[in-house]
Design a protein around this ligand. Structure first.
Ligand code: NAP
Length: 308
């Protein structure tokens, strides 16, 4: 079996080692430029179109991430070749940690207490009940549904939104563009876990963010393009929104001159909410290759027209 590994901007030594361990029967190739020999399975991160074009005979292509928006020229890959994304692979637990931190930080007003400490002010703040503190989750896929369930266990009221209707115990679910408002208007914290697609890009603009209740807090863990930065900043500066915790940005690394870096109400983290873990990802891909080799179906196949 011939495998090809390509990850833009890295040699991938640790990945190659892990694949050699998990799939000892495979021959593992790398790619610099130029023609390639017959490849059965390709494992890619941000591949150039030239490489995708050369993989027209591959049995499957694996994307080294949950979101496939990093593949800018997907049309270059023959449509008969299945594109398979990572599902969970150790990311769910990390997302839950980050999202719970963000919600509890806001709910328990830790930023407010930090300001009070600097001012030497001893003053317990009034706390509202968790059932009155709504959390909105945009995206109820592998990551969003797990985050929603984890937050509901704290006792928060959780409102979730997806494209198709969902039933998740303890979560009030809504689907489709027509029901987005029902989530936004209830969300004191809004967590974004949508894929970046033609439909979701710039979804969080001034009009939609204005539907959040006064004092709401925005947490973007998905992709920077889903949010209109200037609209978020304007609503924070006008006092409608309390602030934001952002892990993803349109341009990464976040440019040094961007207002987010030094805004007192914005917390920036460098795309670390859920790292791609090598061992877990390689084990998942290897298991899927074994299923495909046995003629069995696999999950995580991207629907190209939907974009995720
Ligand atoms: N920051 C990080 O480190 C990091 C790490 C991993 C992933 N991510 C991001 O997180 C995203 C989600 O990952 P996942 O594994 O949970 O993806 P997933 O399982 O494909 O779930 C996507 C969810 O979004 C919903 N959705 C898609 N388009 C929609 C639309 N137009 N309107 C309403 N809902 C829509 C889907 O609805 P249906 O259920 O109806 O299909 C689904 O519930 C990834 O695409 C990636 O961008 C970020």
């Amino acid at each position: 079996m011939n495998l090809l590994f390509y990850s833009a901007g890295e040699s991938g030594a640790a990945w190659l080692e892990a694949f050699a361990r998990e799939l000892p029967e495979a021959r593992i190739n790398t790619w610099q430029r130029g023609p390639i020999s017959q490849i059965d399975y390709a494992i890619l991160w941000k591949p150039p179109g030239e490489l995708l074009e050369a993989l027209g005979q591959a049995r499957a292509v694996f994307n080294l991430g949950a979101g496939v928006d990093g593949i800018k020229n997907l049309a270059a890959l023959r449509s008969a070749v299945p594109l398979i994304r990572l599902e969970d692979a150790g990311m769910t637990e990390q997302m839950i940690e980050y999202a719970c931190h963000a919600v509890l930080r806001r709910y328990r007003e830790f930023d407010g207490y930090a300001e009070q400490q600097h001012a030497g002010e001893w003053r317990p703040r009034r706390r509202i009940g968790k059932r009155a503190f709504g959390i909105g989750i945009l995206g109820l896929g592998v990551l969003g549904s797990a985050v929603a369930t984890a937050l509901s266990r704290f006792g928060f009221r959780v409102y979730g939104w997806s494209r198709s209707p969902k039933a998740i115990a303890g979560i009030e679910t809504f689907a489709g563009a027509g029901q987005l408002d029902s989530v936004l208007t209830q969300a004191r914290v809004l967590i974004c876990l949508l894929p970046s697609t033609a439909e979701t890009r710039e979804l969080l603009d001034r009009q939609r963010l204005s539907r959040l209740p006064r004092g709401a807090y925005v947490v973007n863990l998905a992709r920077g393009e889903l949010l209109v930065d200037q609209d978020l900043l304007a609503l924070i500066d006008e006092g409608h929104l309390a602030g934001a915790m952002l892990d993803v940005f349109r341009d990464e690394p976040l440019p040094g001159a961007h207002v987010f870096w030094h805004h007192p109400k914005v917390t920036v983290t460098p795309h670390v909410s859920a790292a791609t873990l090598i061992d877990e990802s390689v084990a998942q891909i290897a298991a899927k290759i074994r299923r495909l080799e046995a003629g069995l179906p696999v999950t995580g196949v991207v629907e190209r027209e939907r974009g995720y």
